[in-house]
Design a protein around this ligand. Structure first.
Ligand code: ATP
Ligand code: MG
Length: 355
């Protein structure tokens, strides 16, 4: 393991659970200006601000190598800033200490919430819905329903808790120009909701290339502080990286950037107790003699950083979702369909055809 990865690994970004008493005292520190860090002058502050890092929390959730990259400093100096930021958050009770009792972690995990997908079979597959404090990846070929799942989730997250939502808004990072407000409006209407109200709680960010995409996710903090957001979508997480880094020679670079990007998402989901959903394409592996030749793109990087991976495939008019590599979900499948409600249950009298 390289030094940089080790530092990245050890940089914990845990927020105390809502049940912790200190919670009320932490709001101020979350907004604390960077200049309150000893040794951080106005010039560095400006560079950090230019890179979308405004608060101590923004700084603490970034990896030192990323900070070094963004402000053009050496790794040691960036590590020093990241550590100082972390220590301030620890002493304010925002971050947990490096050694935490398992009971604390358990308490934090009790704060995990779920967003219904709007489909019973998919919710069952996901043990109740998409989890906060996790990155859930949907991968599959074109037209398999990834974008439809994302659109539906943007509506579902807004429902009250008793109806499967979290009474909160969503951020949609659109990298392929496939976000359609009219589709959101249609899904809302089909589900008996007010389209205007639903649209008003979805913030869209179009990412024009991989660096822009990274910048947008790095700046999420400012939006998250202003609104109650419980869902961040990146559709697609990998496409720009694939398009820009072609050929074997650039593979290492691509994987490093992608790794940094995925880690940033994981940290945000944990620190803010929100759900992150990313989509990913597949590529055919011609050397696969048995089974499905489609494999997710992005290699090990995306696979290892996503908490849950769900493979979507077409099955006639319907779609099949399969949970892949989950730490605790059984390896099972669920059928669903695409329709006016976005994603929906397959009617009982029309069983799905399996391939
Ligand atoms: P890509 O890899 O190209 O991004 P995707 O997995 O994101 O693909 P989606 O855009 O989610 O694919 O799915 C497209 C499919 O969704 C269409 O082929 C169509 O079957 C279905 N679809 C889209 N809009 C509607 C609608 N209003 N009603 C019913 N089905 C729809
Ligand atoms: Mg899509």
């Amino acid at each position: 393991m390289t030094k940089a990865t080790q530092e990245e690994e050890t940089e914990a970004t845990e927020e105390t659970t809502e049940t912790t008493k200190k919670k009320e005292d932490t709001t101020d520190i979350l907004d604390t200006d960077l200049e309150s860090l000893p040794g951080l002058g106005p010039a560095t502050k400006k560079k950090l601000n230019d890179a979308g890092i405004y608060t101590i929390l923004d700084l603490a959730v970034k990896s030192p190598s990323e900070i070094a990259d963004r402000i053009g400093s050496d790794l040691a100096r960036a590590t020093e800033f990241a550590n100082k930021a972390r220590l301030q958050l620890v002493s304010a009770g925002v971050l947990e200490k490096d050694f935490v009792p398992a009971s604390e972690i358990y308490k934090k995990r009790l704060a995990i919430e779920r967003i219904s997908t709007g489909v019973k079979s998919l919710d069952t597959l996901l043990s109740g819905g998409i989890e906060t404090q996790a990155v859930t990846e949907f991968y599959g070929e074109f037209g398999s329903g990834k974008t439809q799942v994302c659109h539906t989730l943007c509506v579902m997250v807004q429902l009250p808790k008793e109806q499967g939502g979290l009474d909160a808004g969503a951020i949609y990072v659109d990298t392929e120009n496939t976000f359609r407000p009219e589709r959101i409006a249609g899904i809302a209407e089909a589900r008996g909701l007010d389209p205007d109200q639903i649209l008003s709680r979805i913030t869209v960010a179009k990412a024009y290339n991989s660096s822009h995409q990274e910048l947008i996710v790095g700046e999420l903090g400012s939006v998250l502080d202003k609104q109650k957001i419980k869902l961040v979508i990146v559709d697609s997480a990998v496409a720009h990286f694939r398009a820009e880094f072609l050929g074997r020679g650039t593979l290492a670079d691509r994987q490093q950037k992608l790794n940094r990007f995925m880690h940033m998402l994981t940290r945000t989901s944990e620190a803010r107790n929100l759900a992150v959903v990313v989509t990913n394409q597949v590529q055919a592996t011609p050397d696969a003699f048995f089974g499905d030749p489609n494999k997710p793109t992005g290699g090990h990087v995306v696979g290892h950083t996503s908490t849950y991976r769900i493979y979507l495939r077409k099955a006639g008019k319907n779609r099949i979702a399969r949970m892949v590599d989950s730490p605790y979900h059984p390896d099972q499948e669920a059928a669903f369909m695409l329709g006016s409600k976005g994603v929906d249950d397959v009617p009982e009298d029309a069983p799905s055809k399996r391939r």
